[in-house]
Design a protein around this ligand. Structure first.
Ligand code: DC
Length: 203
């Protein structure tokens, strides 16, 4: 069975948590497409060459989850040749046998416009910045909340306003605002949606 779940949305909206849980529940494979851009961003040198030469080892680096890697990813992600170099791998992953969940910014709009399920996960910049700041250690974090909020806004602006594959909900995406939802409640909604679209369940 081929079955694609496309999960898009801005940084720290909860895409990763929801994607991993959906993949686990339905036995699908999961691809965090942000990791591709993060790996290209932290490799330095020519980003187009880095994207074309990306290996599984690059995706296993332990420095991909930092705020700096996120900013570097967002900067290389505006380059059309970088996006083009990563496109085929993502499409192949999406159509693998057994089902796939991909999370990113342009999965439902560009990578998998025919995905069986499209979810756009969002929350206000303040809610998302607070989550990131707490992940970094809260009061004990090296960065104050205001600095994290400024970075979230900067990254949103770049991701939403770039010319190639900007972050926006697909016309047929289901919106999920996680601002007032617990992780468990957000996961339950996503799983209900996927279950309702599985073959034999009707649309
Ligand atoms: O989801 P993330 O925070 O790991 O993504 C890091 C950056 O990579 C994000 O700011 C923009 C870019 N990105 C993208 O342009 N397209 C994707 N499908 C995934 C990420």
């Amino acid at each position: 069975m081929q079955f694609t779940v496309a999960i898009d949305g801005p940084a720290a909206a909860g895409k990763g948590t929801i994607s991993r849980a959906v993949a686990l529940r339905f036995g699908f494979r999961h691809l965090d497409t942000g990791a591709l851009y993060r790996a290209v961003g932290v490799m330095g040198g020519d980003p187009v060459a880095a994207a074309r030469a990306l290996t599984p080892e690059d995706l296993a680096r332990d420095d991909l989850r930092t705020l700096e890697a996120g900013q570097a990813a967002s900067r290389v992600a505006v380059i059309p040749e970088v996006r083009a170099a990563l496109l085929e791998f993502q499409r192949r992953f999406a159509r693998r046998e057994g089902g796939a969940v991909l999370d990113g910014r342009d999965i439902g709009t560009v990578i998998c416009p025919a995905a069986e399920v499209k979810l756009f996960v969002t929350a206000s910049p303040e809610v998302r910045a607070r989550r990131r700041w707490l992940e970094l250690g809260g009061e004990a974090a090296a960065k104050p909340y205001d600095a994290v909020l400024a970075e979230v806004r900067e990254r949103d602006g770049r991701d939403m306003n770039r010319a190639d594959a900007p972050l926006k909900p697909a016309a047929d995406a289901v919106l999920l605002d996680t601002g007032d939802l617990s992780a468990d409640a957000a996961i339950a909604r996503a799983c209900d949606l996927v279950a309702s679209r599985l073959p034999g369940k009707g649309a």
